[in-house]
Design a protein around this ligand. Sequence first.
Ligand SMILES: C[C@@](CO)(OP(=O)(O)O)[C@H](O)COP(=O)(O)OP(=O)(O)OC[C@H]1O[C@@H](n2ccc(N)nc2=O)[C@H](O)[C@@H]1O
Ligand SMILES: Nc1ncnc2c1ncn2[C@@H]1O[C@H](COP(=O)(O)OP(=O)(O)O)[C@@H](O)[C@H]1O
Length: 282
Amino acid sequence: MPDPGPVAVFAPAKINLTLHVTGQRADGYHLLDSLVVFADVGDWVHLAPADRLTLAITGPQAAALPVSDDNLVLRAARLMGAGGSFTLEKRLPVASGIGGGSADAAAAVRACAAARGCALPAAADVLALGADVPVCLAGRPVRMTGVGEGLEPLAHPLPAGWLVLANPGVAVPTPAVFRALARRDNAPMPGVLPQFGTLAALAGFLNAQRNDLEPPAIQIAPVIDGCKAALAAQPGCLIARMSGSGATCFGLFADERAALAAETALQAAQPGWWVAAGALRP
Ligand SMILES: C[C@@](CO)(OP(=O)(O)O)[C@H](O)COP(=O)(O)OP(=O)(O)OC[C@H]1O[C@@H](n2ccc(N)nc2=O)[C@H](O)[C@@H]1O
Ligand SMILES: Nc1ncnc2c1ncn2[C@@H]1O[C@H](COP(=O)(O)OP(=O)(O)O)[C@@H](O)[C@H]1O
């Protein structure tokens, strides 16, 4: 039976551990090959029953996102044909390559489905909200292909690990980064992803892969290079790279204490940056 009470859904940050741009469609959208994971760092979407569809935004990043009709939470609710009183607790920096808006849209879809006791829509049905919304609705590690609609579950679970996310406070618009790409026909990842017995093995694999959007994003916002270097310099960091179209970079850690120490050290060294540590979600 549908539960008419309030619903709260976590909207975890999406991290592109790799992001290979392998082609471009006639409509301009790019073909991607990306190993996508999620972190225990994110926004919350709350939904309470109400006749009208409304949105309030709270949380430490609320000031960066004025309430507007095209907020992805409202667009997702309209796609679901749902009303209700939504509160978005905004913790992730906006336009930062970790899919905050897409994660919110996916969480709003989940909240609507939970409130009405109906099934989740198919990936193809939420793609219109944004290329990253299908992967955020999946919410687990996958190989993402196509423009974002291809979702291949991993054959083997990833080892446990920690992510430290750092954003140097610049918003880089995704279309501008794609436009600045030097080439659009880059090699994909290997056809079959290996099984990673340890986090060090995963980091070794990642080191041989790329984020093709990193060079153009650094060209637009050179501070990204410094952000990546600051993460890489933290004790215990196995690899540091930019996520999505930036500017957020991630550091991968096997050890929880090392990840939390890196978070504290970066927050102290760069008070103007957004820095957060969280476990890699299975
Ligand atoms: C680059 C990625 C990688 O995961 O992440 P973010 O940087 O956004 O986190 C995503 O593909 C972004 O997904 P999302 O932010 O939902 O994209 P959309 O709103 O659909 O599109 C924004 C713009 O990005 C470009 N775009 C997006 C996806 C794609 N496969 N090819 C593109 O060329 C297009 O210029 C489009 O107008
Ligand atoms: N709930 C939302 N959270 C963040 N951004 C949103 C939201 N709704 C709409 N947007 C718009 O979507 C754009 C991309 O935001 P976001 O998903 O945070 O970026 P990215 O995909 O690069 O991480 C922003 O410029 C913002 O104006």
